[in-house]
Write a protein that binds this ligand. Structure first.
Ligand code: HEM
Length: 412
């Protein structure tokens, strides 16, 4: 294996307190001094050194580079790995390549129709209104954590309804998904037990929908057929929980990040307040949020299938590489005044929803959900303000995410 100076890991810990205090400064440093470099990802219970790429052109190129594949990252096909761990670590769409990815994506995308998404718009509005009613009744004028009390329940209910998770299974499902996303902070056994439970509840759901089809995505996935081909049970389970996971953890953070960033830029919020029904402006504002504070800051790792020479570095065959979407989104080579939050920015070719064959399957659903939820929120509460000093809003110390720990606001 080639050894180069770059094999030395940089003193940058994504997921550490220093990084969380100012991610854009770290991205800028990486883009300038180490466009292809190794950093540490700190997941709490374990840490991993990994290659990251931070310039826009490189991130975009690597997302379509056949020398970088997703599937080798998971356990190899014959490896002795418990089924629930294989499901969460390698069976999802974003861990597949080539024909296998194409086949699965076609089948999963089939029931994700624009018509189904459009129909959901009215439902999102009702859910957002009900949630705000409940908050008003419960709390009066006191501060509310908008992330936990509004963004999360609205988005979780939308995706759970869409997928077809029954009301009785929602708490269990959510617990498993939260464990899956946040990694294990307690014991490995407890974490695995939660993942096992998530897989079990998903299996039950698939079995139930086979017996009693409904107007939901699970039924759509069961029925989806491409050239006589269908998803088998294991694939169905992997797809169902990956849609739920991808579908609400990301979207509720998109909404939270949007509110925090708009409150921090009163001139930009003023433009929206002056034109509350201007759907095109809201759409454009959300694209800017996805550029400026993307909930997902890097994709799943890809593995180099051969040595790759890059900016004078050698990424050796077998090494894992992540494109830092959030760093690419602030690249001055592509975005004028990249550190300015400008809801009218056009064009805005950000990578917040990824790029290439793994481009976010739920992007249009997420855009619609976030837009409707935010329109309802600011329509109902035009005087909404932060309940803490701006400096007291902290990001979670979690690699590859931009998520606020909480977003206390006074609804007004
Ligand atoms: C990828 C679903 C919301 C960012 C994906 C994939 C799925 C998915 C299934 C994998 C696609 C593939 O590998 O072919 C959803 C659903 C959502 C949602 C159902 C909401 C209803 C979001 C949001 C963001 C986001 C709000 C961030 C702004 C991404 C990114 C990728 C991705 C960056 C690419 C990951 C990669 O290259 O591995 N999404 N997503 N998603 N999604 Fe979403």
């Amino acid at each position: 294996m080639t050894v180069t100076p770059s094999a030395v890991t940089l003193p940058i810990v994504m997921g550490g307190p220093e990084f969380a205090a100012d991610p854009p400064a770290h991205y800028a440093w990486l883009r300038e001094h180490a466009p292809v470099g190794r950093v540490t990802l700190d997941f709490g219970a374990f840490a991993q050194d990994i290659w990251v790429v931070s310039r826009y052109a490189d991130c975009k190129a690597m997302l379509t580079d056949p020398r970088l594949l997703r599937s080798p990252y998971g356990p190899p096909p014959g490896a002795d790995v418990p089924e629930h761990m294989r499901l969460v670590s390698s069976a999802t769409l974003d861990m597949k390549d080539g024909d296998e990815h194409r086949r699965l994506r076609t089948l999963v995308a089939a029931p994700f129709t624009p018509k189904r998404i459009e129909r959901l718009g009215a439902q999102v509005r009702v859910l957002a209104e009900q949630r705000l009613d409940a908050l008003r009744e419960a709390g009066g004028q006191g501060p509310v954590d908008l992330r936990q009390e509004f963004a999360l329940p609205v988005t979780y209910t939308v995706i759970a309804d869409l997928v077809g998770v029954g009301v009785e299974d929602r708490a269990r499902f959510q617990q498993g998904v939260t464990a899956l996303m946040s990694g294990f902070s307690g014991s490995q056994e407890d974490w695995e037990a939660q993942i096992r439970d998530l897989v079990a509840v998903t299996r039950d759901l698939v079995a139930r929908k086979r017996a009693e089809p409904g107007d939901d995505l699970v039924t759509g996935l069961i029925e989806a057929e491409e050239a006589g081909d269908r998803l088998d049970d294991t694939e169905l389970v992997a797809m169902v929980f990956s849609l739920v996971t991808a579908g609400y953890e990301t979207t509720y953070n998109l909404i939270t990040n949007a509110v925090a960033t708009l409150l921090d830029h009163p001139d930009q919020l003023g433009l929206l307040r002056a034109a509350p029904d201007d759907t095109a402006l809201w759409r454009s504002a959300l694209e800017e949020v996805a550029r400026f504070v993307p909930p997902i800051t890097g994709t799943r790792p890809a593995t180099a299938v051969e040595d790759i020479e890059w900016h004078g570095q050698t990424v050796p065959a077998g090494a894992s590489v992540i494109p830092l979407l959030a760093a690419a989104n602030r690249d001055p080579e592509v975005f004028t005044e990249p550190d300015r939050f400008d809801i009218t920015r056009s064009p805005n070719p950000h990578l917040g929803f990824g790029h290439g064959v793994h481009f976010c399957l739920g992007a249009n659903l997420a855009r619609m959900e976030a837009r409707v939820a935010l329109q309802v929120l600011f329509e109902r509460h035009p005087g909404l303000t932060l309940a803490v000093d701006r400096g007291d809003l902290a990001l979670e110390e979690m690699p590859l995410w931009t998520r606020y720990r909480e977003l206390p606001v006074v609804l007004g």
